[in-house]
Each structure stands twice: as C-alpha cells, then as structure tokens.
Design a protein around this ligand. Structure first.
Ligand code: DAH
Length: 347
C-alpha cells in the first residue's frame, strides 16, 4: 500500500536526520516535519476516516507504531543533545577554584594609634572615663583657668600657634597640650572625677629628630576626697609597669607646671641600657616620660570646685614618645612620614 510505503520512507529519513542532528533546535525541526500537525503522519491519521472499518484498525495500529517509535527516538536524541549542550556550557563556564586568591593588602593602625589605644585601655581598666576636647582652644581654657600667668612664656607666639579668629587676636589658638580638657570636663561634671583624654596637640616647633609641630598627648585627671601624691605615684607606677613590663622602675623628680603644686616629672629606667647609661638616655640611665602633679587649688576655683573639699592629681604623657620607646624608633618625624616602606617597619 502506497501510504504505508510513504510512512516507512518518512520514518527512515527522519531517523537519518535525527542521527545527523547536532543541536536540540535541529531535533525540533525533525519533530515538526515528522510527527507535527501538518506532517505526513498526521495526514495519514486524518485519511483513516475514508478507509473501510476492517482496514482502518490495522492501518491505524501501524501508523501509531511508526509515530510512537519516531516520538521515542526524537525524545531520546533530544535528551542526548541537551546533555551534550549542558556539558559544553558547564565546561565553558568552568572556574578553577584551585587558583590561589588575590588577597587585598591589609592595612593596620599606625603605631601611635596603637599606643594611644593601649594606654587608654590601661586607665579604662582602672575605672577612668575617656573624654575629648577641641583642638582649636580658647586662651581661657588653655592658660587662664589652668593658673597660667599672663607673662608665662608658653603664651608667646614663639611657642603657641594662634588662630586669627574673632575680635581678640590672642583668644583662640591650636592647643599645645591636652590639659584644657581637665577644665572643660570639671566644668561639666561634679567630683569625683577619673578621666583621661588622648588627643592631638600643636606647637610652633621646627621638625627635627625629637620635635614635630603636631604630636599626641594623653591627659589624666583624678579628683576625689583625700587624693594625695601617694595616689599619683601608685597610679602612674602601675601605668608604667603595665606598659613597659613588671621590671621597669620609675622615678619622680621635682618640676614646675602652673596647674599643679607640687609638680613632678616621671622618668622610667632606660629601656635601651637598663639603667647603666647609654646614648638614648644621655648617660643618665633614665628617660623622661610625663609631667604630673597635685592639682593646684586655683584650678579648682576656676571650675567651681571647693579646694577644701576635694584634692586631685593630674598628668600629661606624650603618646609619640611612648611609641618611640616601645618600638625603638630613633626619630619622632618618622611617624609623620607618609612613606609606607618606612611605616611598615614599625608595625
Ligand atoms: N601639659 C603639660 C605639657 O604639655 C604636661 C602636664 C604636666 C600635664 C603636669 C598635667 C600635669 O596634667 O599635671 O607639658
């Protein structure tokens, strides 16, 4: 029968095309041509209506067998090609996770900031609060309230950097010490006071091995009933042992500061020679660390504290100097050099 021959030829041809198909799209085309709605198979099914009954069942079964066989072959080929396409895509998108990653360079805190945080922590552990103050300060907080006479040389323009601001030409300056934070803090808080204030200070200094126009200090202030010089020595001795190690010895020498009476300088045994005397300590065996003293009653009066009720001690320590000692840095100005090759040596 001519119809069946046509269908078998179609079947053979479709299978040949399937075998030759290289993509899923091509399989779709074969499917449309072979078993789609306007394919010879569909056409044959429609023509069954005109075939006598007994013939129709046999013919119908043959058409179905051919159509089912083709559909299965199409589905199989489509699966094969889809899997191959997927494998090719995965291969193309492959990421080699065994390559070492590119680590971004990690920064670190400048060692002055590390020491800043470390010494602040030593006092926070003793119960001290941390306070802040302005870097542009008024002469009142910086000098007057700190019992500094009109004639004191630190007021001269040769030492202090004044800011041309407002009517009073000597009213505003860049602070040369963190001490004015003492006054600001006491104005805002009633005693007892236990406070430290690390910060940046400015002086009219020419840069050399031990001077830079900007450096860092930490101020400390303790005010309470019955505070004595013994509390000062105990607290600052503890600080030195925490920072330098338990074997470090400290020593107090008389000094002068306008806002403390008596005043002292604290020295620490030389880290470089252990006290025998060397270049670092100018053969004295000791290194100057900080200024300190018992708060002058005039300072309490300036902030409205009653000096017959409370006493206190104060100190100011150079943060950069501590960092130089800790890391054996020979020149202060290294800290302000933006050359990373230099700074990275002092991590
Ligand atoms: N402000 C002083 C300075 O810059 C350091 C200082 C000395 C601070 C004695 C104090 C102190 O609080 O009591 O040299």
């Amino acid at each position: 029968m001519a119809l069946l021959e046509d269908l078998h030829r179609l079947d053979e041809e479709a299978r040949r095309r399937l075998a030759a198909a290289g993509t899923v799209d091509e399989v779709d085309t074969v499917e449309r041509d072979a078993v789609g709605p306007s394919s010879p198979v569909a056409e044959a099914r429609r023509s069954l209506r005109r075939v006598p009954d007994e013939e129709r069942r046999r013919l119908g079964r043959v058409i179905n067998e051919i159509a089912d066989g083709l559909s299965a072959a199409i589905a199989g080929r489509r699966r094969e090609l889809a899997a191959a396409e997927e494998a090719a895509r995965l291969q193309a998108e492959r990421i080699d996770i065994t390559l070492p990653g590119r680590a971004p360079p990690l920064g670190s805190l400048h060692i002055v900031m590390q020491v800043w945080e470390e010494i602040t922590d030593i006092f926070v552990a003793l119960g001290y609060t941390v306070a802040d103050g302005p870097e542009a300060e008024t002469a009142f907080y910086h000098f007057d309230a700190l019992n500094t006479p009109e004639t004191h040389p630190s007021r001269f323009e040769s030492d202090t950097l004044y800011v041309d601001h407002g009517d009073d030409p000597i009213g505003v300056l860049l602070r040369a010490q963190t001490s004015p934070v003492q006054v600001r803090y006491m104005e805002q808080h009633d005693p007892p006071v236990y406070v430290v204030s690390p910060g940046r200070v400015f002086r009219r200094d020419t840069t050399d091995a031990t001077h830079t126009p900007v450096f860092h200090q930490m101020e400390g202030l303790a005010v309470d009933r019955d505070i004595t010089f013994a509390d000062l020595k105990g607290t600052l001795g503890h600080f030195a042992r925490e920072f330098f190690g338990p074997d470090e010895r400290v020593r107090f020498l008389p000094h002068f500061f306008p806002f403390t009476e008596p005043s002292a300088e604290m020295l620490v045994s030389c880290f470089s020679c252990g006290g025998a005397g060397c270049r670092t300590c100018a053969n004295t065996g000791w290194i100057e660390l900080l200024g300190c003293g018992v708060v002058d009653p005039n300072v309490f009066e300036a902030v409205g504290y009653d000096p017959t009720e409370v006493t206190g001690f104060a100190f100011g320590v150079g943060i950069d100097r501590l960092a130089m000692i800790r890391h054996n840095v020979p020149e202060l100005r290294f800290f302000f050099d933006p050359d990373l090759r230099l700074l990275e040596q002092y991590r």
